[in-house]
Design a binder for this molecule. Structure first.
Ligand SMILES: Nc1ncnc2c1ncn2[C@@H]1O[C@H](COP(=O)(O)OP(=O)(O)O)[C@@H](O)[C@H]1O
Ligand SMILES: [Mg+2]
Length: 253
């Protein structure tokens, strides 16, 4: 069984079919790329998978369990974490605290317990802090734990978001344009980081505009165009696919 199964998912906005019977399967342990011109429906698909949008048809299953039409926090609890195309951190909290917030999804006391800080939760709190520190180290921000998230450089904020998502212990991590706005050297570092993430056991689903990066790190790639999947396969095969070439030549990107 595939880790993630997207089964003929449709999404309509009024008269617009943003997604039209999109199906794909992401296998445990792979890096799966999702590309396509602007407006193709990539972010909409992420939103349908992670509870931000209901679906107009079809189903999404993680490990065989439905995640479509569920509340976002339930999807996270089932092991599906994501980041956003626009960074969503708590800018006035420290980097460490931002990661700890992600971690509380998994704690027994939950977020409320963390706020009330009862005696029972104190040991758990220490464990959460410890794990958050490890995750900051994993994303290369071990020296930035006390810095306010809003004061971090752009690339650091992107990595902090990933650390926060990892704190929820996901089976699958979906990243929406994680290297947007980065320079070539930052992009190369991120590409290496994605491979390290995969090797640590996290399956990755990557929306990315940077086709070169996608082709370099992904095991398989799907291409969306006008809400439809027009190609899927290894990076090499997809790059040579005439339908893909036409979709990219016909767009500004
Ligand atoms: N909340 C929404 N309401 C109406 N239309 C939307 C909404 N979200 C996305 N769309 C439309 O759906 C299409 C796909 O958008 P999106 O998924 O953001 O594309 P991508 O991420 O591939 O660039 C676009 O035409 C966009 O305008
Ligand atoms: Mg998008």
């Amino acid at each position: 069984m595939a880790l993630l199964e997207v089964d003929r998912v449709g999404k309509r906005f009024g008269g617009l079919a943003a997604l039209d019977e999109v199906s794909l399967k992401v296998e445990q342990g792979e890096i799966y790329g999702l590309i396509g011109p602007n407006g193709a429906g990539k972010t909409t698909l992420f939103n349908c998978m992670t509870g931000l949008y209901g679906v107009s048809g079809g189903a999404v299953r993680l490990d065989g369990r439905a995640v479509h039409n569920r509340a976002p926090h339930e999807v996270v609890r089932q092991g599906f974490a994501r980041t956003f195309q626009n960074i969503r951190l708590f800018p006035n909290m420290s980097a460490l605290e931002n990661v700890m917030v992600g971690r509380h999804v998994r704690s027994r006391a939950g977020v409320l317990g963390a706020v009330l800080r009862g005696a029972r939760t104190r040991a758990e709190e220490a464990a959460i802090r410890q794990r958050a520190q490890e995750l900051l180290h994993f994303v290369g921000l071990e020296r930035k734990g006390r810095a306010l998230a809003g004061h971090l450089a752009y690339g650091e904020q992107r990595r902090l978001e990933i650390a926060r998502a990892l704190a929820t212990e996901p089976k699958l991590l979906a990243l929406d344009e994680p290297v947007a706005g980065m320079n070539p050297s930052e992009r190369r570092q991120m590409a290496e980081f994605f491979l390290k993430l995969r090797d640590s056991g996290v399956t990755l689903l990557l929306i990315e505009h940077d086709v070169k990066l996608v082709m370099g790190v992904c095991d398989r790639v799907a291409v969306l165009d006008y809400g439809r999947k027009i190609a899927e396969g290894t990076p090499d095969a997809v790059q040579r696919d005439p339908a893909v070439i036409a979709a990219y030549l016909g767009s500004e990107t």
